[in-house]
Design a protein around this ligand. Structure first.
Ligand code: NA7
Length: 536
C-alpha cells in the first residue's frame, strides 16, 4: 500500500466485502472504473463472515436469498437446505468473489478510521487503521446494517476469570463447549439460534433474558431437488415477483383479509396451519397483522399459547411469553427448538427484569439475587444497527462536519443512499432504505443499481460531484417516519429504532413502506432526471 505522501487514487472505493460490497465492486468494474474494496475482516462475506456462532443461519428462504444479477450463477449454485446455514453462505460469498474475479480488487484486514471530503478537489481521502491514505472520487459504503457490535456495559466484567465472546466476533477455530458452564445474554434472533445448540453441548446453560421474544419454528429441511429444479426453471419470474413485494421475497400474505374477519375457530385453524408450515407464516396469515394491533394480538396470543404448551414448567413458560410488544414489531425470530430447550435439566432461565445484572465477578455473573458461576459468557446482545458502522468510520464532509454529529438526533438521508453535505458519498442500504426490513439481496441489488445510476449520471454530465439537497432528505425522512407510523414497528423497543443503544435518539431508521414501493419511488426519481440530486 502507498505511503501517506503519495496516496493511491481511485474512481471509487467500496467499504465492506459483504454481499452489497461484492456486487458494487463487480458493477463498478464492469463500468470500467478504477476501484478498490477495503474490508476490515480477514475474509469476504460480511455478516456471514463474522457471524460464525453455532447455529447461525439465514431466516429468508435460500432460493430467494441469493443474487439474481447473474443467470449462470443462480442456475449453477445449489443450496443444500431451505434456509442456508452460515458456512454455506460464507462459501457462496467466496465463490462469488472468485467467480467474478473480485479478489485482486479487495484489500482484507483494512479498517477505515477516517474519510474526509476535500471540497476543492471534490474527492474523499480515506485513512486506514494502519495509517495509509487513499484518494477516491466516489466513496461507497457497504457496511451493512448489523455489523457494529453492541457490548453491554457490565461493571467488573474484566474480573471474570472465564472467557467472554460476542456472537458476531466468534473465533474461527472451534470453541469447545463440552462440560462447560455457559451463560448467554440476549434472546434476539442470534440468542434464539444459538441457545438450543449450546444447550446440547454445555454441561450447564444459563440464559439471561431481558425481554422475552417471539419466535416461530423455522422448520428447515434439506432442499428438495424437485422444488429446486422447478424454481430454477422459473427463476426470473420468481425474482421479478419478489422485487415487487413488500418483503422483497417470494413469500406473500396468505389470506388477503383481516384476522378479525373470521371466527376464533377459523382463525385458530389458520394460525395452526401457518405454525406447521414454519418460517414467518404465522405473521403472514392475515393481511393486517403488522398494521392492526387488534389483529396482531390474535397472532401474539396464539404464539403465547404455543409457548405455554411447549414449555413444561409454567413459571418458565410465563417468563418466556413476550407481553410488551406486538409480534413482528421486533424482528421475528425463527428457531430450531428454542422453547423446547427450556425443558432440559441443564438449562436455566434468569429473568433480568426481576434480577438485573449487577457485576461480573471472578466466578461468573452476579445479579441482584445470586452469583451464577460460568466458564464462558456469550454476549448475543446485537448491534449498534444501521448507523453504527457509518458513525464509527470517522466520515467528515463539507465544512468539516462529521457525519456522526449531523446524525446526532437521528439519521437524515435521501433514499438511504446519500446525505446532504457529504458529496460523492453513497451509503448502500443506509438509513431510510428498506435494507434488512426486506430480503437483504433484493435490497442490495436494487440499491447497488441506484448507486450505479447516480455514478453513471455524474460521469455522463461530466460532474465532479453529486450531492443530495437538504430538502430532499428531510422530505424523504418524513415519508420514512410516516411509513413506519402506519405499522406496529414503532411500538417495540428494538434495534430498528436504536432503542437498544443507550443515548441513541429513538428514530425508526429503515423504510417500512415496502421494498417494492421503494423500488418504484427510486425508479421515478431516476426517470424524472434524478430529482433531489444536484450534479455540480
Ligand atoms: P438483537 O435482536 O438486538 O437482540 C439482542 C438481545 O440482547 C436482546 O434480547 C436484548 O434485550 C439483549 N440485550 C442487549 N443489551 C443487553 C443488556 N445490556 N443486558 C441484557 N440484555 C441485553 O440482536 P441479534 O443479534 O439477536 O439479532 C440482530 C438481527 O440479526 C436480527 O434482528 C436479525 O435481523 C439478524 P432487549 O430485547 O433489548 O431487552
Amino acid at each position: 500500500m502507498s505511503t501517506p505522501d503519495a496516496p493511491e487514487r481511485f474512481d471509487a472505493i467500496v467499504v465492506g466485502a459483504g454481499f452489497a460490497g461484492l456486487y458494487m465492486l463487480h458493477r463498478l468494474r464492469e463500468e470500467g472504473l478504477s476501484v478498490q474494496l477495503l474490508e476490515a475482516g480477514d475474509g469476504v462475506g460480511g455478516t456471514w463472515h463474522w457471524n460464525r456462532y453455532p447455529g447461525a443461519r439465514v431466516d429468508v428462504e435460500s432460493m430467494s436469498y441469493s443474487y439474481s444479477f447473474s443467470p449462470q450463477l443462480q442456475q449453477e449454485w445449489s443450496w443444500t437446505e431451505n434456509y442456508a446455514a452460515r458456512d454455506e453462505l460464507k462459501a457462496y460469498a467466496d465463490h462469488v468473489a472468485e467467480r467474478f474475479g473480485l479478489g485482486s480488487h479487495i484489500r482484507l484486514g483494512t479498517r477505515i478510521v477516517g474519510a474526509r471530503y476535500d471540497e476543492d478537489a471534490a474527492t474523499w481521502t480515506v485513512t486506514t487503521e494502519a495509517g495509509d491514505q487513499l484518494i477516491t472520487t466516489f466513496l461507497v459504503t457497504a457496511v451493512g446494517a448489523l455489523s457494529t457490535t453492541n457490548r453491554p456495559m457490565i461493571p467488573g466484567l474484566a474480573e471474570f476469570g472465564g472467557t467472554v465472546l460476542h456472537t458476531s466476533r466468534w473465533p474461527a477455530e472451534d470453541v469447545d463447549l463440552t462440560g462447560k458452564r455457559v451463560g448467554v445474554i440476549g434472546t434476539g434472533s442470534t440468542g434464539i439460534q444459538l441457545i438450543p445448540v449450546v444447550a446440547r453441548k454445555a454441561a450447564r446453560l444459563t440464559v439471561f433474558q431481558r425481554t422475552a421474544n417471539f419466535s416461530l419454528p423455522i422448520r428447515n429441511e434439506p432442499m428438495d431437488p424437485e422444488f429446486e429444479r422447478e424454481w430454477k426453471a422459473h427463476y426470473d419470474e420468481h425474482r421479478a415477483a419478489a422485487r415487487l413485494t413488500s418483503g422483497g421475497s417470494n413469500t406473500t400474505i396468505i389470506n388477503m383479509f383481516s384476522a378479525l374477519d373470521v371466527s376464533p375457530q377459523e382463525r385458530e385453524r389458520i394460525y395452526e396451519q401457518s405454525w406447521r408450515a414454519g418460517g414467518a407464516s404465522v405473521l403472514r396469515s392475515f393481511q393486517d397483522i403488522m398494521t392492526s394491533r387488534e389483529a396482531n394480538d390474535t397472532a401474539a396470543d396464539f404464539v403465547r399459547r404455543k409457548i405455554r404448551e411447549i414449555v413444561h414448567d409454567p413459571v418458565v413458560a410465563e417468563r418466556l411469553c413476550p407481553k410488551d410488544h406486538p409480534i413482528g414489531s421486533k424482528r421475528i425470530c425463527m428457531d430450531n427448538g428454542y422453547f423446547e430447550t427450556y425443558n432440559r435439566d441443564n438449562v436455566e432461565l434468569v429473568d433480568l427484569r426481576a434480577e438485573p445484572i449487577v457485576a461480573g465477578v471472578a466466578e461468573g455473573l452476579r445479579t441482584e439475587r445470586a452469583v451464577y458461576p460460568l466458564d464462558l459468557l456469550i454476549l448475543a446482545t446485537g448491534f449498534d444497527a444501521v448507523t453504527g458502522p457509518l458513525r464509527e468510520m470517522g466520515i467528515v464532509g463539507r465544512d468539516g462536519v462529521a457525519l456522526a454529529d449531523k446524525w446526532a438526533d437521528g439519521p437524515l438521508a435521501y433514499l438511504g443512499l446519500a446525505t446532504a453535505g457529504f458529496p460523492n458519498l453513497l451509503t448502500l442500504t443506509g438509513p431510510g432504505s428498506p435494507a434488512v426490513l426486506a430480503n437483504g439481496f433484493t435490497s442490495i441489488e436494487q440499491h447497488v443499481g441506484l448507486a450505479m445510476d447516480v455514478i453513471n449520471q455524474a460521469r455522463e454530465r461530466g460532474a465532479r460531484q453529486v450531492e443530495v439537497t437538504s430538502r430532499a432528505e428531510i422530505e424523504w425522512m418524513e415519508h420514512v417516519a410516516e411509513a413506519a407510523d402506519r405499522t406496529l414497528y414503532p411500538q417495540a423497543k428494538s434495534w430498528y429504532l436504536g432503542s437498544n443503544i443507550p443515548g441513541r435518539p429513538r428514530v425508526f431508521m429503515l423504510y417500512a413502506g415496502g421494498a417494492g414501493n421503494f423500488r418504484r419511488r427510486c425508479e421515478d426519481v431516476v426517470a424524472a432526471g434524478f430529482t433531489g440530486f444536484e450534479f455540480g
